[in-house]
Design a protein. Structure first.
Length: 92
């Protein structure tokens, strides 16, 4: 988080494109109520599977976790802002 604009927190993320448009100088802004996106994570689990490779006297070790991400509870909770109004000012 790098600050606030109009009371909304501002987060800079390199995963959003900053080379859109004809001149490849337009940015993208995401505005959303991110409390409406729910992430569920289970506990990390491990197990040893001895039956799978029993013909060669080997054991398969497995580490797994269950994860669910719910995004469609309120579809209008996220909006994308883009266009020519987001072109970087020249001379800076």
């Amino acid at each position: 988080m790098v600050g606030e604009i109009q009371g909304l927190p501002v987060v800079v993320d390199a995963n959003l494109p900053s080379n859109l448009g004809v001149g490849t100088n337009q940015d993208t802004i995401l505005v959303g109520r991110f409390q409406e996106f729910w992430l569920f994570e289970g506990a990390l689990r491990t197990r040893a599977l001895m039956e799978v490779l029993s013909g060669t006297l080997q054991v398969r070790l497995q580490c797994y976790n269950y994860v669910a991400f719910l995004t469609d509870r309120y579809p209008t909770a996220l909006s994308t802002i883009g266009g020519t109004g987001l072109i970087s000012p020249s001379g800076y």
